[in-house]
Design a protein around this ligand. Structure first.
Ligand code: GTP
Ligand code: MG
Length: 344
């Protein structure tokens, strides 16, 4: 059912490289924009502390994981001094009280507590920056997966280029918004990392499987082991495949689209970045969904669980289209993105 693809010409390969690098350059925030996020966090923390002393705000998500867009929302996790977990806290009550406090702050608009979601949050619009902000409580695992993604992004520049390209691609195809029934950017980032781990030779290692101790260290958070090897500068010593993959980023991008349309068996296997060996959907008892993505720490969490049959087909079609578009040599790609990119 897939059209055969012509061989990738050297000239077209260069064009694909440029497309991928451009996605990163056009959408990654600069230093000043990064500092602005930190500044907003600090200001909010100061303000909230006037009413709730001992409150701490941490940035997570794409503001910190190395894959942020200029217009990405600001994900903030709130904790209290001297309190390790949210156990025994009335999170819904705190979120409602927090919303009341934030409504008094003049620079914020549309303050809305959302207490029915799996993770209760306060959402609002920060007027001066034009950024959307989400504050959640004790979202501790998310702080760790943010660090994990950030470590992967630091291993090789191709990781960033590909994750940005994937994000631009999914937004343009309208398959990158979990609140509208598709997958989150976090899920697509996991798909890119999995592809790079399974590539032969691999571009990145499985950081959760590297350790110098005789046994894998155990650092438990909410009952899950959040250990991973984070000394990226030491990878050449501990990862035998370091530097072996020399493919260009454009080759890898087309390789990724081909991997998920021609090679990867969605029915049989789980997209799982915590181990190199293949994991079956059968073993996880996750056989009722076609796209199955395991969270690297919360092993009970399938990021594809919310997909409808229809949305799954829509996503697979977008990848099949992408494979054809990026796999068919043309002289030049349109320089401008379609106008809808302006809204991200
Ligand atoms: P942007 O689209 O640039 O905001 O990317 P993002 O990675 O910040 O995505 P989002 O704001 O949707 O999520 C924020 C963070 O929540 C992610 O980066 C993860 O660290 C964490 N997270 C953990 N589990 C999930 C999940 O099931 N869905 C989503 N969306 N995020 C999760
Ligand atoms: Mg975000």
């Amino acid at each position: 059912e897939l059209d055969p693809l012509p061989p990738l010409t050297p000239k077209f390969s260069v064009i694909l490289d440029q497309v991928c690098v451009q996605c990163y350059q056009d959408f990654a925030p600069n230093t000043v924009e990064d500092q602005a996020r930190e500044y907003i966090r600090q200001n909010l923390e100061n303000f909230i502390r006037l009413e709730f002393p001992g409150t701490k705000l941490n940035l997570f998500g794409s503001s910190k994981n190395g894959f942020g867009f200029k217009q990405s929302d600001l994900d903030i996790c709130m904790t209290m001094d001297g309190l390790e977990t949210a156990e025994g806290l009335d999170c819904i009550r705190i979120i409602e009280d927090l919303a009341k406090v934030l409504k008094k702050q003049s620079g914020l608009r549309n303050v809305l507590p959302i207490t029915t979601a799996k993770v209760p949050i306060v959402k609002f619009f920060h007027v001066r920056s034009g950024l959307e902000v989400d504050i959640s409580l004790y979202n501790t695992l998310a702080l760790h997966n943010t660090r994990l993604l950030s470590s992967y992004s630091a291993i090789d520049p191709r990781v960033k280029f590909l994750c940005y390209t994937m994000k631009v691609f999914t937004k343009m195809c309208d398959i990158g918004d979990a609140s509208r029934g598709s997958l989150s950017s976090y899920a697509y980032t996991l798909m890119v990392l999995y592809f790079l781990q399974q590539r032969n030779p691999p571009v990145i290692p499985v950081l959760q499987e590297i350790y110098k101790e005789p046994k894998k260290p155990e650092i438990l958070v909410d009952g899950w082991n959040v250990y991973f090897f984070d000394k990226i500068e030491e990878l050449p010593d501990v990862w035998p495949d370091f530097g072996k993959n020399t493919e260009s980023v454009g080759q890898l991008w087309l390789g990724l689209l081909r991997f998920y349309t021609e090679e990867f068996d969605f029915k049989e296997h789980v997209i799982c970045i915590r181990r190199k060996n293949l994991l079956t959907t059968f073993k996880k008892q996750w056989t009722s969904k076609y796209i199955v993505i395991e969270d690297p720490f919360d092993l009970n969490h399938n990021l594809g669980a919310g997909l409808s049959r229809k949305m799954t087909n829509f996503i697979m079609k977008a990848f099949i289209n992408g494979r054809r578009v990026f796999g068919t040599p043309v002289k030049i790609f349109p320089k401008e993105y379609p106008s809808k990119m302006e809204y991200f």
